[in-house]
Ligand binder design. Sequence first.
Ligand code: B16
Ligand code: MG
Length: 221
Amino acid sequence: MAKRLKAVIFDLDGIIADTAKFHYQAWKKLASEIGINLTYEFNENLKGVGRMESLNLILTLADKSYSNEEKIKLANKKNRYYLEFVNRMTPSDLLPGVVKCFEVLKGNNINIVLASASKNSLDVIKRLEIEKYFDYVVSGKDISKSKPDPEIFIKAAKGIKVATKNCVGVEDSIAGILAINACNMFSVGIGNKKNLYPADICIKDLTEFDIEEIYLIGGFL
Ligand code: B16
Ligand code: MG
């Protein structure tokens, strides 16, 4: 059956804005308050991972155990720190090539969808003033399984009633690329091919997003 390019589904962090640095600073502040030194290297494990799962990973570094109630309080506190950064975001925080890429997709009648594990993703896209481009948004509030489970990309395609084979997914994490591949979508990796080796193609950032190349390599009509 022929494939037709009908939607491009974007991850948020690392693709549209560098929110990872804000997550890191918020987690680092919280961690230091409970006597944990959160390193940049350890933080790599938290990218694309949901809030509670991230906290549980950080707490493996603690020398005491925490009750569920305490964990909820800690996660809420981290989120307040994170939102302090988000509330200062402006369109100048958009990563290169985002708006031009969206304009090209709109011009080609291709749906634009957000698939972010973040429960704050709507606030972020509002701050960045790009909310109007999205035909559909799936956030951390809508999913129960983290990437590499394909749930988030399957929900994104369902939300716009497009078969997954007619979608392209754009991700900067290996977990995200695996999630895209697992639901039979064409995967575009943003970053180093060495790290994102299962991606169908890899580009530096959205300034290199070339719709003609995707039609060709992806075998879309
Ligand atoms: P929140 P993405 C993910 O966003 C981040 O990469 C990850 O570091 C964060 O823990 C997760 O969202 C949950 O975020 O606490 O705001 O709900 O990469 O899927 O856009
Ligand atoms: Mg990401």
